[in-house]
Design a protein around this ligand. Structure first.
Ligand code: AMP
Ligand code: MG
Length: 317
């Protein structure tokens, strides 16, 4: 595997049907030609991702949608003009050109324009869009640096484009339309408040079960160590006997391994730091992770969503 910043090399691998690691502002992706089912199949194999979990298709220009989707609601156009390129994925009715393996057989396809110079350059060099989920084994925390990708998928990808650490650090916010009404499928790197400022209120369908939004699987984004959420002081008292790590918003807690995500209390900075902190705690000499509940606003909602999914739920007795 090679790490580099050569868009032409990355493009050559992709044209040959191989997988390439790509940087985006959300997380690193594992990309393949979205119109080539054989290439896309490899993504599922490498990630050990179940075939029922559909992929996001990445474009560099809105004109590419004509080939991929049959209808773009006015609200979707408005969101694209405000937030693309950016951490917003739109679920729209698909054309027959999009292979079923990309959408797990769903009649809709998820599309996004990533906000990263190298990846936009790569997409412009290709005459096909890229299907790309996060570049991590299925169910694990998403990679936000090139080192995270190499650690976990280094042996399975010929080339990873190094675009530096991800600026947003959380997966995209996913919006679709049901009977013409906008629906939130996954909170993410674009605050729902910002979306609602453009198209009005959005219904939340985040807890929708399979198969509509499999990214919403309960045990997703999960570190290997048990993670408990709640009032950290109380959790520390409950786990006083064992070495623990803490994920805190702005506080620094002495006497334990503490990952403070933003001392100045900035949820955007906290989101950017979350996944790397989860990985460091997974590698630290601790037995479990205690996480604060973040303010339920802006990117705090997406942070809480990921921590909730990562949290350890003891089996019912
Ligand atoms: P990621 O896990 O970042 O690769 O994002 C993929 C996620 O996008 C999936 O797990 C789904 O939650 C969502 N998604 C992709 N395609 C669709 C679709 N057609 N309908 C609803 N959700 C979708
Ligand atoms: Mg993922």
């Amino acid at each position: 595997m090679t790490i580099g910043t050569d868009v032409a090399v990355a493009a050559a691998w992709l044209r040959r049907g191989a997988l390439v690691g790509i940087p985006t502002e959300t997380v690193y992706g594992l990309a393949a030609n979205a119109l080539d089912p054989e290439a896309v199949l490899q993504i599922f194999a490498v990630k050990q991702r179940p075939a029922f979990d559909p992929l996001i298709v990445h474009v560099h220009h809105q004109d590419q949608l004509a080939e991929l989707v049959t209808h773009v609601p006015d609200e979707a156009r408005a969101l694209m003009s405000h937030f693309w390129p950016g951490p917003l994925t739109l679920v729209l009715p698909k054309t027959t050109r999009v292979p079923d393996i990309v959408t797990s057989g769903l009649p809709s396809v998820a599309v996004r324009m990533p906000r990263h110079r190298l990846t936009l350059e790569l997409l412009r060099a290709l005459d096909f869009p890229l299907a790309a989920p996060s570049a991590n084994p299925f169910g694990y925390v998403s990679p936000t640096t090139v080192a995270h990708v190499v650690d976990q998928l280094g042996d399975s990808v010929p080339y990873v484009l190094d675009g530096g650490p991800c600026a947003v650090g959380l997966e995209s916010t996913i919006i679709g339309w049901e009977d013409g009404v906008p629906v939130l499928y996954r909170p993410g790197g674009l605050a729902v408040e910002d979306i609602e400022a453009v198209i009005g209120s959005v219904r939340s369908n985040v807890r929708q079960v399979l198969p509509v939004a499999p990214g919403m699987l309960e045990s997703h984004y999960a570190p290997r160590k048990p993670l408990f959420r709640g009032d950290v002081k109380q959790l520390l008292a409950e786990h006083a006997e064992r070495p623990v790590g803490v994920i805190a918003f702005r506080r620094r807690i002495e006497g334990v391994v503490c990952e403070t995500l933003s001392e100045r209390g900035d949820l955007i900075e906290a989101a950017r730091n979350l996944f790397a902190a989860m990985r460091r705690l997974d590698a630290a000499e601790i037995e479990c992770v205690l996480a604060e509940v973040f303010p339920d606003e802006g990117l705090g909602r997406a942070i809480n969503d990921r921590l909730r999914r990562a949290s350890f739920v003891p089996e019912a007795e």
